[in-house]
Design a binder for this molecule. Structure first.
Ligand code: GAP
Length: 439
């Protein structure tokens, strides 16, 4: 199973999904860049999420807040005091670990069992705003996108006149000075979140917790994840984050163990109440029917973008026996079976040879189809190698233009999963592609 992780990391680099950041300088520990295919995959996830939870609902609005916020936000939210992990150091080789991540109380570097007592280590990443590096100029990169939704609550209420229940959504970067980042893009110090703060009346919280659990289950399914790979874990009191009254972790069975993919938390009125106290602003909502003023309670579904990418890649990866007659390549075909909506490239257009008359027709097809779908045009290498490349990047449909196309005005459409080929009239390609991708 560990092997699958290596295969994904290697495919991600080889094909341009994800590579180590600043690699020409030896990289920067656990930082990664999304390449041409990775950015498409990641954008598909973020765009589908936004469409589903913001555009297609009448009860959620979006924001895009600043990464750097007034440090008072993090005092009020409890992050400065409480966003800590227990840090221990191996007394022999001085490697540092998060205490709860040491397996069998053995140092994974030198096998010693002798550790220092745990110290609380704050995960907030600090910098200074302005030219003077003094205490008053310290600011923090946000460790979650959530707080902006609480801090902007009043402005959003004043401008949109929403009634409960309603939600605020945001997609963006978050930063944590993790003690032990690792497992590729699973745990990094810079990552992206997609979060919703859903404001409800206290009496309704259970109903909406269940609603969001259902939505998250549907999302996981649509990401192409098989049910047996996911566990919904009720987090017990004492293990929950400082603000949470109920948390369900959505955990995935990664090759390196079962760990969190997403989280769903009931934050009560913890955040709005604390910000009211610290800012002396009124963050309550007045029920227009009863005139009663209440501080809304919050259900928070939270998704990691990078973990979504990782899980989508792990689930999509397949190795199959290939009919070598078609491929002219090795007997194993690697194919990323992304659901069509996730595939970074939807259609590849390949002229059988570089001959001008074929390239001309293929480029016309590319020009037409690329108006509606992310397409790739490729005329290099043998057709077998080009099919293999498209399989490895998960392109659902490949269109090949051959010499016959010049006579019968048809092209071959090849299906990634079945490898079946059909001759389709060139003028009908856009409709055929649309039906196959959306059907
Ligand atoms: N606002 C709630 C919150 O931030 P969290 O469980 O700490 O809750 C939410 O984070 C999600 O963000 C996680 O379920 C995970 O998908 C993602 N995430 C958290 N830390 C991460 C890290 N260091 N690297 C990558 N993704 C991370």
């Amino acid at each position: 199973m560990e092997d699958l992780m290596q295969k994904i990391v290697s495919l991600a680099k080889r094909r341009g999904f994800i590579f180590p950041s600043s690699e020409i300088y030896g990289g920067l520990a656990n930082s990664f860049d999304y390449g041409p295919l990775g950015v498409e995959l990641k954008n598909n996830i973020k765009q589908e999420w936004w469409k589903r939870f913001v555009h297609q609902r009448t009860d959620i609005v979006g924001i895009d807040a600043a990464l750097l916020m007034n440090p008072k936000v993090w005092e009020a939210s409890g992050h400065i005091a409480g966003f800590n992990d227990p840090l221990v150091e191996c007394k022999k080789c001085h490697t540092r670990f998060r205490e709860d991540q040491i397996a069998n109380n053995v140092c994974s570097s030198c096998k010693s069992k002798d550790f220092t007592p745990a110290k609380q280590f704050n995960l907030m990443l600090k910098t200074f705003l302005g030219p003077v590096e003094s205490n008053e100029n310290i600011v923090y990169f946000r460790p979650e996108t959530a707080q902006a939704m609480f801090v902007d609550f009043k402005s959003i209420l004043d401008t949109t006149h929403r009634r409960l229940p309603f939600g605020i959504a945001q997609v963006g970067k978050a930063f944590r000075n993790e003690i032990t980042p690792g497992n590729f893009i699973f745990r990094t110090r810079e990552f992206e979140q997609m979060e919703i703060e859903y404001f409800v009346k206290e009496s309704d919280w259970k109903k909406y917790f269940e609603h969001w659990l259902k939505e998250m289950k549907q999302w996981v399914k649509d990401l192409g994840v098989s049910e047996k790979m996911v566990e919904y874990v009720e987090i017990q009191e004492g293990e929950r984050a400082h603000y949470s009254k109920r948390t369900v972790d959505i955990e995935y069975k990664y090759p390196f163990g079962q760990k969190e993919l997403y989280g769903l938390a009931y934050r009560g009125d913890f955040d709005l109440k604390n910000h009211m106290k610290a800012s002396s602003q009124d963050l309550s909502w007045q029920d227009p029917e009863t005139n009663e003023k209440i501080v809304p309670h919050v259900i928070e579904p939270s998704w990691g973008v990078d973990r979504s990418v990782l899980v989508a890649m792990l689930e999509a990866y397949h190795e199959e026996q290939a009919p070598t007659a078609e491929e002219g390549e090795s007997a194993t075909r690697v194919v990323m079976k992304f659901p069509a909506w996730l595939a970074p490239v939807k259609v590849a257009v390949l002229p059988l040879s570089k001959k001008d008359e074929l390239a001309k027709v293929a480029k016309e097809i590319y020009g037409e189809l690329s108006k509606g779908f992310v397409c790739e045009y490729d005329e290099t290498q043998s057709i077998g190698k080009r099919y293999r490349r498209q399989d490895e990047i998960g392109t659902p449909l490949v269109i090949t233009v051959d010499f016959e196309s010049l006579k019968d005005k048809k092209a071959t459409v090849r299906n990634r999963d079945t490898m079946k080929q059909e001759r389709i009239k060139i003028k009908d390609l856009a409709d055929t592609v649309s039906a196959k991708l959306h059907g």
